[in-house]
Write a protein that binds this ligand. Structure first.
Ligand SMILES: NC(=O)c1ccc[n+]([C@@H]2O[C@H](COP(=O)([O-])OP(=O)(O)OC[C@H]3O[C@@H](n4cnc5c(N)ncnc54)[C@H](OP(=O)(O)O)[C@@H]3O)[C@@H](O)[C@H]2O)c1
Length: 286
């Protein structure tokens, strides 16, 4: 069995990925307690010890609003530390799989257009800026895949779907932003994409890796409530209204719709976001 060093193995994505990969790979999982990716010597020592075929980085500073006030820490974890992993991957000839984000894009494309992998990133938030530094560092590994995902939710973590389900327990109506467009993505779908990338080992590079289909946070909330049989009313907000209500919140791209054509060309077809949501809710609502 091929060896996999899975960094961030107790996160929302990393936890699910570890459980799935263990069926077909010899997986060595690390967490912040066992390996701080900002510690370059420790990263090199771990990579040398395991000598993996694949290194997958699911670790990150993912609180988008907190990144605005702690940009130095966000840069260290999301940006600089990725160079430690990329360089150490190169030193043992391992293939590096790094998870990035739609927030590297500015989001000012008209809504009838979508971002392809070769379009120029220009983030509007601290999170996006630090993740873009991470992407550039990930490319220093000789063999690398950068998988840009978006609006991620999964059973193991705090996420938007859970927040909306919880809100419906105490509120008769919720207000949700309706002018940010993207693809909600389940960790299960992203795990399947990662597994297929590992099996196929296509050309190295950047791959947009989200569920298929586009929506807004507001319309997504309506779909969550419809599928869960919840009657709470969903009121649309603009990003500007949301910012007035939450002045410390980070700016977010209005259009972060990612094209999946590159993924499809190598035979990887992500599920539609509505189907993925249905599967998730079956487990979440049990
Ligand atoms: N969540 C989303 O909506 C979203 C959207 C687009 C892209 N992504 C990307 O998808 C990937 C997975 O996200 P996720 O939501 O699964 O993240 P998550 O649940 O927040 O997990 C990230 C993990 O990284 C760990 N970590 C933080 N600093 C570390 C360090 N210095 N060294 C080692 N580990 C460290 C965290 O530990 P602690 O919890 O102890 O801090 C946590 O276990 C990330 O690359 C993220 O940027 C996520």
């Amino acid at each position: 069995m091929k060896k996999v060093l899975l960094i961030g193995a107790d996160g929302m994505l990393g936890g699910e990925l570890k459980e799935r990969l263990e069926k077909n790979y010899e997986v060595y999982g690390t967490t912040l307690e066992t390996l701080d990716i900002c510690d370059r010597d420790a990263v090199f020592a771990k990579v040398k010890e395991v000598n993996p075929y694949f290194i997958i980085n699911c670790a990150a500073f993912t609180n988008v609003d907190a990144c605005e006030v702690k940009e130095d820490l966000a840069l260290a974890v999301n940006g600089t530390a990725v160079e430690n992993i990329a360089d150490s991957a190169k030193s043992v000839g391992a293939t590096f799989i790094h998870i990035s984000t739609d927030y590297v894009f500015p989001g000012n494309l008209p809504v009838d257009q979508i971002y392809t992998e070769d379009m120029q990133p220009a983030p509007v938030s601290a999170y996006g800026r630090t993740k873009l530094v991470g992407e550039n560092n990930a490319k220093k590994a000789e063999k690398y895949y950068i998988l840009r995902t978006a609006w991620l939710y999964g059973i193991r973590g705090k996420n938007f779907v859970k927040t909306m389900l919880n809100a419906s327990k105490t509120r008769s109506e919720v207000t949700v932003v309706d002018d940010q467009h993207g693809s909600p993505t389940s960790t299960t779908t992203l795990c399947k994409i990662i597994e297929q990338i590992m099996e196929k080992e296509p050309e190295y590079g950047v791959y947009h890796s989200t569920n298929e289909g586009f929506t807004t946070w507001c319309q997504f909330t309506k779909k969550i409530y419809e599928l869960a049989g919840i009657e709470t009313k969903v009121i649309p907000l603009t990003s500007e209204q949301y910012k007035e209500m939450n002045p410390a919140s980070s700016d977010r791209p209005k259009n972060s719709q990612l094209s999946k054509e590159k993924l499809k060309k190598i035979g990887i077809i992500p599920d539609n976001y509505e189907d993925a949501l249905k599967e998730y809710l079956k487990e979440e609502l049990q």
